[in-house]
Design a binder for this molecule. Sequence first.
Ligand code: NAD
Length: 503
Amino acid sequence: MQLIEAPKQEETRKYGMLIGGEWVEPLSGKTFESSNPFTGKAWATISEAEAEDVNRAVKAARHAFDEGPWGRMTGTERARLLRRLAELIGENADNLALVESTDNGKLLREMGGQLKGLPEWYYYFAGAADKIHGDTIPSDKPNFFVYTRKEPVGVVGAITPWNSPLLLLSFKLPAALAAGCTFVVKPAEHTSASTLEFGKLFEEAGFPPGVFNVVTGYGAGAGAALTAHPGVDKVAFTGSTETGKLVMKSAADHLAKVSLELGGKSPNIVFEDADVEAASNGVISGIFAATGQTCIAGSRLLVHKKSHDEIVERLSDRASTIKLGDPLADDTEMGPSAFREQMDKVLNYIDTAQGEGAELVSGGNRPDTEGLKEGFFVEPTILTGVDNDMRIAREEVFGPVLSVIPVESEEEIIRLANDTEFGLAAGIWTKDIQRAHRVAHAIRAGTIWINAYRTLSFNTPFGGYKSSGLGRENGLDSINEFCETKSVWVELSGSTRDPFTMG
Ligand code: NAD
């Protein structure tokens, strides 16, 4: 059933918020505009929630958890609803992808691929929903029967970023619903539309009101109010490391559980024995796909000195032919930055890097071509002669900028790969299988690709070491992030015990 309409060029959409199964306006009546990064024009009007609206949403989620039919449903019943939701996502995937591309400027191919694969997240966790159980524990005490229960943690407050709004929401939501939680999400202010459209599918799928709620607004307003709300039992956040720290502090005030998926500065490592063509392709994919606006961007290329010149030449040739353009066009390879401030930030990093001694070998500017000038484009950029201590090698740029760092030995590679505050991902390109695993084990990051880059799945844990995050999403274990474990002790003999001893 098609419930979501494709955005039309001339249209400006106005969105309310989904609270307790109703579409509502914010109490203040305030709104803000969301722009299409390709045209630079506003295309949607979004509600600006404040603390009172967030409070309404958390109360609706709490009510659905404590008193609605959701809390009494079995895992099998929740699974049925998740499967129906998955079907509806599949039926609406094309239009959801169009909404995302219009809002964040990422290629329709990229968003289309993400959205077409999205139902699998919901089918996977639907399959798990009736298999969430505790253990019976052979007690060390005589006459005790001990078992554990996995119970839903309660109300989840989720905050998502702008780069892949529905995919990153789905790293959290189906696991939380499988566990039996209810959910309030605040999407990024730049890209709220797809999450709101997605909310339309819940009623059709048959979810009780209040199980899934969407509040929209700014981070410092609605976002901070959600993480600080004492009715939120678990905060699931994806965004920058800086904001992640604020979120964790705020959740600490009411001791909510926290999971954080944060930034990265991932090394893509090319050894001297690598398949040069495959490695170059993987490096291009790691940094220029999605305009580099991805937490797993392979933004530091650690390349062996023996292969350096050949790889740089191949990369520059390919970078200079990457087709920039309309994210909705089939032949576009790279779209614009998602918003003007992001583009300015990227350009600023490129200047700073050159000031610190890096050499620009490709790109570096806004394109001067007719048809691209209005959009927030930055050319695919390659900087060589980068030292790992430069700002460009240490800070997350979140744009199409590759820093090339020449290296000489495996030892140096491991040292430099780990010489970062982040630990989200790494790529290793080599034909030596022993070295590949050795290096994979030595790098402190949550995901390592060997002779590949940028693959993810609903069934494989994803998350960061160090400043890249806390906890894991995806995979069966991620359900535990949304569960409490309760231990139940049952005395079987009926005898009384010494009341002043423990044991
Ligand atoms: P951001 O931290 O600026 O914003 C993320 C979200 O947090 C937005 O919804 C924003 O409104 C909200 N927010 C901002 N201030 C807040 C506050 N004080 N309290 C509560 N919420 C607040 O990040 P962004 O620019 O939207 O996204 C890009 C960042 O996200 C990058 O650092 C990227 O690496 C990271 N990211 C991480 C992953 C991952 O899975 N590890 C995936 C995608 C993006």
